[in-house]
Ligand binder design. Structure first.
Ligand code: ZN
Ligand code: FE
Length: 257
């Protein structure tokens, strides 16, 4: 069995480390130093690097890590990402279990475009590594592809079991909740999450992982059919209340919030 530990990096990234007493795999190492310190302190051997997408804050530590540990790098191959050694596509499986690894975890891969074209998510029972697609109470920016793709990717993640833990790559929850509150001032779950988030941050604890159920209750980008959100946007001038129009209006508002 394994634990999953947050290794804070850069300004607000989490490098998620899947580890037992001997071995480790890391997700999106934006820098090497904090990962090497974590591995050395626990005398862990790195076995694999998982990469959700090619942004530097998710890949910047890979080269240095591989100077120390010559391990495979799993992700979606892309001309802008020179680090991937094992290409993963929709429907692929990534086995970090015997005989290659004793972490005992097997991921299903889905492609989740809408932030960057090469974005993938790693899904195991009860566990989701979603990079920069889904955040605590928010979602990633649409740098490549369409907002329809981003919306579709989020909808696929929302279909995972409610108790699935959501390991996203950034600590953005508090700022996202301020936006969620502006969208839905009457949502009691948002108020509760704001209080819980304040407590965690005051104790210098990550607000992540959340769960799919909590995101569905509080994340406006997963709540585009909620009457209060639609009303709020109508007051801001939205005419078409179709789900994708609501999602688009939310994402555009969030960009300048
Ligand atoms: Zn990104
Ligand atoms: Fe990022």
């Amino acid at each position: 069995m394994f634990n999953i530990t947050a290794v804070p990096a850069l300004n607000d990234n989490y490098i998620w480390t899947i580890h037992n007493d001997l071995h480790a795999a890391v997700v999106d190492p934006g820098e090497a130093g904090p990962v090497l310190a974590f591995l050395n302190a626990r005398r862990l051997q790195l076995q694999a690097i998982l990469c959700t997408h090619r942004h530097p804050d998710h890949t910047g530590g890979i080269a240095e890590l591989r100077e120390v540990y010559n391990v495979p790098v799993y992700g979606r191959r892309h001309p802008g990402n020179p680090y991937i050694t094992h290409d993963l596509r929709e429907g692929a499986q990534l086995r970090l279990d015997a005989p290659d690894s004793d972490l005992g975890i097997v991921f299903d891969i889905i492609e989740t475009p809408g932030h960057l074209d090469d974005h993938i998510a790693f899904i195991a029972p009860g566990i989701l590594f979603c990079g920069d697609i889904l955040f605590g109470a928010g979602c990633g920016r649409n740098f490549e592809g369409t907002l329809a793709q981003l919306h579709h990717s989020l909808q696929r993640l929302a279909q995972l079991p409610g108790d699935t833990r959501v390991y996203c790559a950034h600590e953005y929850t508090a700022a996202n909740l301020r936006f969620a509150l502006a969208c839905e001032p009457g949502n009691e779950a948002v108020h509760q999450r704001i209080a819980a988030t304040r407590e965690l941050r005051a104790a210098n604890q990550p607000t992540i992982p959340s769960t799919i159920a909590l995101e569905k209750a509080t994340n406006p980008f997963l709540r585009c059919t909620q009457p209060e959100i639609i009303r709020t946007l109508q007051q801001r001038g939205l005419a078409d209340t179709g789900e994708l129009s609501v999602f688009t209006a939310l994402r555009e508002w969030r960009n300048q919030f």
